[in-house]
Design a protein around this ligand. Structure first.
Ligand SMILES: Cc1cc2nc3c(=O)[nH]c(=O)nc-3n(C[C@H](O)[C@H](O)[C@H](O)COP(=O)(O)O)c2cc1C
Length: 510
């Protein structure tokens, strides 16, 4: 084609495009030269100095790798803290999708600690299955809490999680008939709005029940207890991810609303100490339990991750000396690998015992002191799938609580950004834009589906083991693979404290 035949406007467009192209290339080259000089002359980062410009990609890929590994490279059972198989189970059950798998298990059954259940040759027929039994917590207090709920929402404060997340959880919990723990950030209107049973947590800063000096206020306690939906009180001694660590709520985050809920002055930094200043010993703990129970008339327990356990022996002995009524109505035992909004890695990775050890230990100690029926046990820590929860029931839990399982049901993608304000799913951020993707109505249904499907499938495991309902599971129903490659039943693996207080039903059938 002759150049003269090309329309003038097309020629002009081509000219502009080629000029732009050369300009952009030029600009790119100039930027590279600029970055080269910047990198070569800086002394803070050796990689950038030694490999100018190109070294920058290391930081970019390191950041992006966090997100892409889970999609492209990590195997189904590889990721931490939760692998894809576990997360997918929660996502699918929250959406009420088919959760069966094909062809065979992808789980490696050889590592030490692998849990296996003992199937019964004659499983329980649906017609013989029973509903989970009612459990009474706090038989000696004015308003005991009687519940069938097996799987519940563990403490996450309003502040650590967003308003729509609290709303979705409390509505979902009501729909599923389980309880929701407030976490240490006080009771917000969003906890109440959903209508779920609430466990009010008393943290070391006593948020929501503190006087002007930060001490526990009986008047505030009574005010909280006056809400019918508040069923129990939990004194938090520690949580698995950060035993011995308090926290700082920076003034910038202390909005008018948060200040009102927590009992702070707006805009002022709030420091929660690393233990309750008024609980220095087991006697102090029992006194505090007695005081809260007396003021509220409702069951009172405590939450702790267990490391040292001599203090539990001492506590149970003291209860025996006082009387059974003085005991905590429940103990929540959290695993050392529990979740958190933010914690130092040294505590996250190294402090406390995992639930696989601490739960049977607590159960044994309670039995040794004849307190097993008096004090109910709530277990938490990566118990997000039915098999993990069923293991905990075998090992001695009366109830299971989960935080991150319910976060997954809300759509959490394990972006590991709970300590920033950038959670991409709107769960742990106060950024309104990011929150807008979290519809409390819709997510409440998912929360409820997840809780129900968990209980259903724990039931499936229980029936395969030949019992009528999950709370009939006992230690001999689960085995764990030991270092010689053979599995041992839990009642043989953890025999240390077991004595005559064991009931007949706790003995394995011949
Ligand atoms: C975002 C977030 C906030 C939390 N806040 C609290 C809290 O306020 N009080 C508490 O006792 N535990 C808190 N936890 C710990 C959980 O309640 C729970 O004990 C722990 O995560 C183990 O359960 P999981 O493995 O099912 O998450 C928090 C956990 C997360 C992930």
């Amino acid at each position: 084609m002759d150049m003269q035949q090309i329309p003038g406007f097309l020629l002009t467009a081509l000219e502009v495009a080629s000029f732009l192209f050369i300009f952009v290339i030029g600009l790119g080259l100039a930027a590279i030269i600029f970055l080269y000089v910047v990198d070569k002359t800086q002394r803070k980062q050796a990689i950038r100095h030694n490999y100018p410009v190109i070294g920058r990609f290391r930081y970019l890929f390191e950041h992006l790798g966090e997100f892409f590994r889970q999609y492209f490279f990590a195997m189904d059972r590889e990721e931490m803290p939760f692998n894809r198989a576990e997360r997918s189970w929660v996502y699918r059950s929250a959406k009420n999708l088919d959760n069966t798998s094909a062809f065979g298990s992808t789980r490696d059954l050889s590592p030490v600690g692998t849990v296996l259940f003992v199937n019964c040759p004659f499983p329980t027929l649906d017609t013989d299955a029973a509903e989970t039994a009612e459990v009474t917590i706090g038989p000696y207090c004015g308003t005991p809490f009687i519940t069938r709920s097996l799987f519940n929402i563990s403490g996450m404060s309003y502040g650590a999680i967003s308003r729509p997340a609290v709303l979705a959880l409390s509505r979902g919990a009501r729909m599923a008939g389980c309880w929701m723990n407030t976490g240490e950030g006080g009771l917000s209107p969003y906890h109440l709005e959903g209508g779920a049973d609430i466990v009010f947590q008393i943290g070391t800063a006593k948020y929501g029940v503190r006087d002007a000096e930060g001490r526990l206020s009986d008047a505030k306690l009574a005010e909280i207890a006056a809400h019918d939906r508040v069923r129990m009180f939990e004194i938090k001694l520690s949580q698995g991810a950060k035993p011995g660590k308090g926290g700082i709520l920076p003034g910038g985050k202390v909005s008018e609303e948060i200040a009102a809920i927590r009992g702070l002055r707006p805009g002022e930094d709030s420091i929660s100490p690393n233990r309750h200043p008024d609980i220095r010993s087991v006697d102090d703990l029992l006194d505090m339990i007695e005081r809260v129970r007396h003021v509220t008339g409702k069951p009172v327990g405590f939450k702790a991750v267990i490391g040292a356990y001599g203090w539990l022996e001492e506590l149970f002995e003291r209860i025996r000396e006082r009387d059974e009524a003085s005991a905590p109505d429940f103990i929540t035992v959290d695993s050392c690998d529990g979740g958190t909004g933010a914690a130092p890695m040294s505590l996250l990775d190294y402090m406390g015992l995992p639930i696989k050890e601490s739960l049977p230990m607590l159960d044994d100690l309670l039995r040794d002191h004849g307190l097993r029926e008096r004090i109910r046990v709530v277990a938490s820590g990566k118990l997000v799938t039915p098999a993990e929860a069923a293991w905990a029931l075998c090992a001695g839990a009366d109830f299971i609580a989960s935080a991150r399982g319910f976060m997954f049901s809300l759509g959490c993608i394990q972006a590991l950004q709970c300590n920033k304000n950038t959670c991409p799913t709107g769960i742990t951020t106060h950024d309104r834009k990011l929150q807008s993707g979290l519809d409390p109505e819709e997510k409440a249904v998912r929360v409820s589906n997840y809780a129900r499907n968990m209980v259903h499938e724990i039931g499936v495991i229980a029936h395969s083991c030949g019992v009528r309902e999950p709370r009939e599971l006992r230690r001999f129903h689960a085995r764990m693979v030991a270092s010689n490659g053979r599995s041992l039943p839990l009642d043989k693996l953890f025999p240390e404290h077991r004595n005559a207080t064991l009931g007949q039903r706790d003995t394995a059938p011949a």
